[in-house]
Design a protein around this ligand. Sequence first.
Ligand code: SAH
Length: 489
Amino acid sequence: MKLYPLFADLSRRAVLVVGGGAVAERKVAALLGAQAQVTVNAPTLTPQLQRWAAAGRIAHRPDAFREAWLERVWLVVAATSDAELNRLIATFAELRRIFVNVVDDAALSSFHVPAVVDRAPLTIAISSGGEAPMLARLLRERLETLLDHSLGALATLAARLRRRIRLRHPQPAARRGFYEALFAGPVAALLRQGRPDEAWRAAEQALAAPSPARAGSVVLVGAGPGDPGLLTLRALRALNEADVILHDRLVSPEVLELARRDAERIEVGKQAGHHHTTQDGIHALLLRHARAGKRVVRLKGGDPFVFGRGGEELEFLRAHDIPYEVVPGITAAVACAAHAGVPLTHRDHAQSVRFVTAHCQSSHDSLDWAALAQERQTLAVYMGVAGLGELQARLIGHGRAPSTPFALVENGSRPEQRVVTGTLANLAERAVVHGVRSPALLILGEVASLATSLAWFGAPPLGAAVRDIRPARAAAPVATDVLAAVHRA
Ligand code: SAH
């Protein structure tokens, strides 16, 4: 069946819905959204339909369906559970040349209700002609994730300026260029940033400008800990629109895979001691590509503002007048905690959490160890594994109990995740025994004792003390494996 797509103006037009159940309610909600005058014919109504009837938003006819009611309506929806009645309604509607939708019956329907992505005044409607409604729904979900909610405001802006744009750019090619710049450039970005007044000013400026040169921009995007499922929708959209992606080494291939196919990818990875682009080199690359009119995505592991030097990059962009946006990401501490089953705070164990970095000697020297050694707080330490011995000695030296539990999470949230547990007294030793390597995050504090009992992701934690696992795992056959692992260790 090949359908003719149609957007109907139903405002103040009469529509009859036969049926008063959940399906009818959904149809009525959409019809009310389009300001139709809805009459619902059914002996009983759902509570929501009753409320609408009581408020006068719909008319209710409880008696049996009568053909004469079709006289004054533009559309009819048959949403009863009585197949015979639905068929009858469809037949009468056909005779009167009124469009009818019979719920879940494509053959009896003369109009279909599409799956809709609503960015009013922009509406995207998807139909499979009744053949594969599930596919249409899936497609709708995908589009929902791809299209920012500010798109509606952008459509409104474009509509209001339409006449002036036509006057300013009478040639279709130039006009098209202007619209492309409008939709992809700073105006759209300002709307996304919740700054409509500035968006309007920027649009006015663009209209006054001699040529619609596309301005470049930078989006600083947090890529999360590696699992693409932990990207935000905003991050996904930015990746979809990018011309150039400057990414760290920590960003996983699975995340990069989601970016626009023809985007240029440049690794500017830094890893302690290995080859890297200097921070100045990164700044220069950002500037060069943005000045060339590119949409640049600066993609960083975790969150760009947590030990990510995102602040320095923004300061640089600001100084050079390059427009930018920031999309937060799930930082390693949050991701590792979740994937190791270690709540960072807990009413019984920790009232605060500190994100600390301890990558090198100078970071060790500048930390307030007395404060870090306090009890009933959680430390989330972003670090190179080599510094663990120093950390252990300093914390114990400043009074943290050697029995304080830890969970060391390597490759958190990734398929190869490993969690090593133990106490502060044997922290460095455990890391060596299990060959823990970067990237790894240390969670230290009373909460870490929960890693054994609350683990849910990947392999069970390694190196747990025997007394810790007995109560939680006594009945589970896996306990012997864990014990064996402990003995091997
Ligand atoms: N901006 C990043 C942190 C960059 S510093 C963020 O918000 O997560 C790099 C450190 O983060 C690594 O040395 C490691 O300690 C930690 N890290 C990043 N990803 C990790 C992961 N998947 N598992 C464990 N630790 C991780």
